[in-house]
Design a protein around this ligand. Structure first.
Ligand code: TXA
Ligand code: MG
Length: 327
C-alpha cells in the first residue's frame, strides 16, 4: 500500500523549531528529532493513531515495540515500574545512551507502542534539543531510529530526509549525532539485568555500577523480526555486500578501516577510516555516515578490517555483523 505523500519541513533546532516540533507531536504528527545516539522518528506514545502512522512511515514489516522517551527520571517513574537495580542504573546513566526495559504502567503509553507487551522500554536522552522537545511535548514520546525499515540509522538530518521525505511532517536539524550508534538496551524485568542490544553505553561502565556481570539474554532485540529468536536480521544494511575481518581487498571493493590499517590486494575504490587515531568512541560516531558514503555507485562491496572488541567496539561489531548478514 502506497503511503500518501506529505510536505516534509526541514526546521533548524532553534526556539521556534523546538516549539513547532512539540506542536506537531501534540497534534498526532510525526517529527524526526535529534538525540545524542541517532535521529529518532518521534510521535505521541499515548496516541495509537500516531503510533500506527509511525509504523507505516518506517515501513516496518511487523509491529515492534518502541522506546518511550521522557525528559527525566521522575517522568520515567510514571511510565514504568523500577526495581532498586533499575533505579540505580537510571540514576547513574540518565540522561544518556541507555534504554531500560521494565514492567509497564498500563495506561501511561499506548499498547500499540509497546506491541502488546507488558514491559516498556524507556530512555532519557541527553541531547539538549531532545530534552527541550520532550519537556515541551509533556508526554512520553515513542521514537525508533528515523530510517526506513532495513536501512542504516540516520546520524544527520540529511540522512533522515533521504529516507523519509514525503512520509513525515518535520525534521528538526541539530547537526550530526555525537554518539552515532543507538542506545544500549538492558532488560531489567528479571533479577539480573541482561543486555538486549549493545550500544552507546559500554558494558564495562554498566558492570562497574552493578558490581557484577550482566546476564546473557534469552534473545537479543531485532528491529525487523522481534518474534524470531536467534535470527540475525540484516538490519542496518547498505545495498552492497559487507565483508568482515577482511585481510585482502577484492577488485571493486571499498575499504572501511580503523586506526590507519591498510590491506593488501586490489586498490580500494574508496576508503573511510573510522578513527585514524584508533579511538572507538570516534569510530562509533562515524560508523553509519561512513557506511552510507561507501555504499556508492561503482562499489561492488565493502571490506571491513577487524576492530577491538572492548568499550564501544561491542556495539560497532554488532552493527557490522548485522550489516553483513545475508538478506
Ligand atoms: O538510541 C536509540 O535507542 C534510538 C534513539 C532514537 O533513541 N532509538 C532506537 O529505537 O534505536 P529502535 O526502535 O530503532 O530500537 C528499539 C529496540 C527494538 O529492537 C525493540 O525491539 C526494542 O528496542 N524494544 C522496545 N521495547 C521493548 C521491550 N518492551 N522489550 C524488549 N525490547 C524492546
Ligand atoms: Mg532502529
Amino acid at each position: 500500500m502506497a503511503t500518501p505523500i506529505i510536505a516534509t519541513r526541514l526546521v533548524p533546532a532553534d526556539e521556534e523549531g523546538i516549539a513547532e516540533t512539540a506542536r506537531v507531536l501534540r497534534s498526532g504528527g510525526l517529527a524526526a528529532i535529534p538525540t545524542e545516539t541517532v535521529y529518532g522518528l518521534a510521535c505521541d506514545a499515548t496516541d495509537p493513531h500516531a503510533v500506527a502512522k509511525l509504523y507505516a512511515a518506517k515501513g516496518r514489516p511487523s509491529f515492534n515495540p518502541l522506546i518511550a522517551h521522557v525528559p527525566d527520571v521522575e517522568a520515567a517513574l510514571r511510565v514504568g515500574q523500577f526495581s532498586p537495580t533499575a533505579s540505580a542504573l537510571a540514576r547513574a546513566f540518565w540522561p544518556g545512551p541507555l534504554t531500560l526495559v521494565v514492567p509497564a504502567i498500563e495506561d501511561a503509553t499506548s499498547p500499540l507502542a509497546r506491541a502488546g507487551l507488558s514491559s516498556v522500554a524507556i530512555r532519557v536522552p541527553a541531547h539538549p534539543v531532545a530534552q527541550a522537545v520532550l519537556r515541551a511535548a509533556d508526554r512520553p514520546i515513542a521514537a525508533p531510529s528515523a530510517n526506513r525499515s532495513g536501512h542504516v540509522s540516520p546520524t544527520t538530518a540529511g540522512h533522515v530526509m533521504a529516507d523519509l521525505l514525503g512520509a513525515i511532517d518535520l525534521v528538526l536539524d541539530a547537526g550530526p549525532a555525537a554518539v552515532g550508534v543507538e542506545s544500549t538496551i538492558l532488560d531489567c524485568t528479571g533479577d539480573i539485568p541482561a543486555m538486549l542490544r549493545p550500544g552507546g553505553l559500554a558494558r564495562e561502565e554498566i558492570e562497574a555500577v552493578l558490581g557484577h556481570a550482566l546476564a546473557v539474554p534469552e534473545r537479543v532485540t531485532d528491529d525487523e523480526a522481534p518474534q524470531a529468536p536467534g535470527m540475525l536480521a540484516s538490519h542496518y544494511a547498505p545495498s552492497v555486500p559487507v565483508r568482515l575481518m577482511a585481510e585482502q581487498l577484492r577488485a571493486g571493493e571499498a575499504l572501511l578501516t580503523f586506526g590507519g590499517q591498510a590491506l593488501h590486494g586490489a586498490p580500494p575504490v574508496r576508503t573511510r577510516d573510522l578513527s585514524p587515531e584508533g579511538d572507538l568512541v570516534e569510530a562509533a560516531a562515524n560508523l553509519y555516515a561512513y557506511l552510507r558514503e561507501l555504499d556508492a555507485p561503482g562499489v561492488s562491496g565493502i571490506a571491513v578490517v577487524g576492530l577491538p572488541a572492548h568499550g564501544l567496539g561491542e556495539a560497532i561489531a554488532d552493527r557490522l555483523r548485522r550489516a553483513a548478514a545475508p538478506r
